[in-house]
Design a protein around this ligand. Structure first.
Ligand code: FDA
Length: 312
């Protein structure tokens, strides 16, 4: 029953289901970032297995389907890096991953090696594929940014990172990443953090999100403004307009299954929109974070469970 409820937020448990979801989104003019659900592995062998799974995903994203269902026009490459097919004109598909899924907590060198393997495979081929490192709880922020900066120093450019507006440290991190020329995805932050490291009040998080949006749009490199908050999206649109930042120099990002109306409306208005598409059988922690973000979701799930129980 829970699995059925989670389906609202995940594209399925199998890669084929996720690829179908991607095709549908591409047809609507939406780009995607594909995430294989999973985090907090406890052995190096599990980390290696996640790495192999991601290599298969990179290959699958590059294979054009036998019977294309969408226009095969040349794909513009936002920010110079993008994923391969399947894509309708103006869309591209890339990857998101979590470092604890690649063994960050088990063996940092293994995590680095597995990630470099994925980045190498993603960079190979005619169109380098971009890989976004998701940001997890604040216990991992330093290690994540350290590894990202090491990759950047090695000259890797098909990789970007995420900054969470709720962390007090984030303005400094954004400044450093902008100076590097790195691609940042800005989010509010989804983990339960202590008041020593993060704002607790929504008002403070939103204010910081708005300020960091301005800094990223004015000084950053192809930033991703990742929120479903209409007020903050309007703020980003106004800031971009007044700073002369054209819609091809940034993108909006939203989660699969959330505010599809807003995704479509932004696309209609000529903005680039990328949907975060999670798939796989390890959906439980992701699903719990989505429930925690919105009490109405818990109500919705409880009501469907009760309805199913009454019917069964
Ligand atoms: P907010 O929570 O204020 O919601 C604004 C409105 O959006 C709500 O009123 C509602 O209409 C809608 N909405 C938001 N969440 C919803 C939900 N779960 N169900 C239904 N409606 C909902 N976090 C992180 O810590 N590390 C990361 O790497 C990422 N990566 C990431 C990628 C992308 C593409 C997105 C969009 C988000 C993330 N996040 C994340 C999650 C992020 O930190 C945050 O928890 C969610 O985006 C929810 O916050 P909003 O910005 O949408 O605002």
């Amino acid at each position: 029953m829970l699995r059925r409820a989670a389906r609202r937020f995940i594209a399925g448990e199998r890669l084929e289901e996720a690829l179908d979801a991607i095709r549908r989104l591409n047809l609507e003019g939406l780009s995607t970032t594909l995430d294989l659900l999973g985090e907090d592995v406890t052995t190096a062998a599990q980390a290696e297995a996640s790495g192999h799974a991601y290599l298969r995903i990179v290959d699958a994203l590059r294979v054009p389907p036998v019977e294309p269902e969408w226009p095969q026009a040349p794909v513009p490459r936002p920010g110079g890096v993008a994923g391969g097919p399947p894509a309708a004109a103006g869309t591209d598909n890339n990857l998101s991953l979590k470092l604890t899924q690649l063994g960050l907590d088990v063996d940092a060198p293994v995590c680095g090696r597995v990630l470099r393997g994925i980045l190498d495979r993603a960079a190979a081929g005619a169109a380098p594929m971009f890989v976004r490192i998701d940001m997890e709880s604040s216990a991992h922020t330093d290690a994540t940014l350290r590894l990202f900066e090491a990759l950047w120093t090695e000259g890797r450019r098909n990789v970007g990172v995420v900054i969470q507006a709720y962390l007090y440290r984030s303005p400094r991190d954004v400044e450093r990443l902008n100076a590097l020329g790195a691609r940042v995805r800005l989010v509010k932050g989804a983990y339960d953090e202590a008041p020593a490291v993060a704002f607790a009040r929504k008002r403070d998080v939103d204010r910081t999100f708005a300020r960091l949006t301005e800094v990223l749009l004015r000084e950053g490199t192809y930033p991703a403004i990742a929120t479903h908050d209409e007020r903050l999206i309007d703020h980003a649109r106004r800031t971009a307009r007044s700073a002369g930042v054209t819609p091809d120099r940034f993108e909006f990002q939203m989660l699969y299954g959330i505010r599809r109306d807003l995704q479509a409306a932004l696309r209609r208005d000529g903005y680039r929109v990328r949907v975060y598409v999670p798939f796989g059988d390890e959906w439980y922690p992701y699903f719990m974070r989505r429930l925690a973000e919105r009490p109405a979701n818990v109500e919705f799930v409880l009501r469907s469970l009760l309805r199913e129980r009454a019917a069964g």
